[in-house]
Design a protein around this ligand. Structure first.
Ligand code: FPP
Length: 264
């Protein structure tokens, strides 16, 4: 009897979620959602578990949110999985984080392929452990022809470093007389960033109550709508993502200009 009641309740929640999803789909969806997945450590601490247990749970959330974003019809999902600053963490935690792409892709790649998801990576990948690179390269290669959701992991990514590398390449082009100073434009700089083939994020989500960018996509987020939640990443779910999308859909994006009736 009790079980039946729970099942019935679950169903009601599902119906509610489906309705919300369908309503969101009737309006303009954010094409590109970027997420700073924060709060794994605190999630674990609250349960007296080691921090790595939080990261492991966070990986499960990545699966859940990827599935759902694809289902909703989001074009690109960029996830901040490891920053250039995260190397400062204890070796054991770093080693664990470097094993996560392997575990994630090892168990989930067939489903990603079936769901037509294209896996991409951005960051300084050269210095990653061989086993991490192997898993990533396999996933990128095997999903390259898919044209559904782009699942873009930021791994060993730092925005300032990305911009510095872009500036260095432009300086070299000038030095070698390939371009002139006048040709340095926003588009040119953009074309040297790791996101050159992606649209700019429409919506940035950061979980766990922290309200900062932590060196994430500083250039690309210039006109992005931000949404912050106290929910810790392992607790973030489909309803949370919908809440963020619904909030985005209520925003009035003006890109520094005015809209319709505001002009007069
Ligand atoms: C920040 O939480 C989270 C990270 C540094 C790692 C994020 C990684 C995942 C969610 C898993 C990635 C999965 C794949 C497939 C690559 P924190 O540890 O800083 O949390 P805290 O602020 O509560 O300590």
């Amino acid at each position: 009897m009790f079980k039946k009641l729970i099942r019935k309740n679950d169903k009601r929640i599902d119906i509610h979620l489906d309705e919300r999803k369908e309503n969101a789909q009737k309006e303009q969806l954010p094409c590109h959602i970027a997420i700073i997945m924060d709060g794994n450590g605190r999630w674990a601490k609250k349960r007296s578990l080691p921090r790595i247990a939080g990261h492991h749970e966070g990986m499960k959330t990545v699966k859940k949110i990827t599935r759902f974003a694809n289902e909703v019809g989001i074009d690109t999902l960029t996830l901040y999985a490891f920053s250039t600053e995260n190397w400062k963490r204890p070796k054991m935690e770093v080693d664990f984080l470097m094993r996560l792409p392997e575990e994630f892709l090892g168990t989930y790649l067939p489903e990603l392929i079936e769901q037509n998801v294209q896996v991409r990576m951005m960051g300084n990948l050269d210095v990653l452990p061989e086993h991490t690179k192997r898993a990533i390269n396999k996933a990128v290669e095997e999903t390259a022809k898919n044209d559904g959701l782009i699942l873009n992991f930021a791994l060993n990514y730092g925005s300032r470093n990305e911009i510095v590398q872009a500036v260095k390449r432009i300086a070299k082009q000038i030095e070698q007389d390939e371009i002139s100073e006048e040709e340095i434009t926003e588009e040119l700089l953009n074309s040297h960033l790791m996101t050159k083939d992606l649209s700019e994020p429409d919506l940035l989500i950061r979980t766990s109550g922290e309200v900062r960018l932590s060196n994430f996509m500083l250039w690309q987020l210039a006109y992005t709508e931000f949404w912050f939640t106290d929910t810790l990443w392992p607790d973030f779910d489909e309803a949370s993502l919908l809440e963020a999308i619904e909030s985005y859909q209520k925003r009035n994006r003006r890109y520094g200009g005015l809209k319709g009736e505001e002009v007069n």
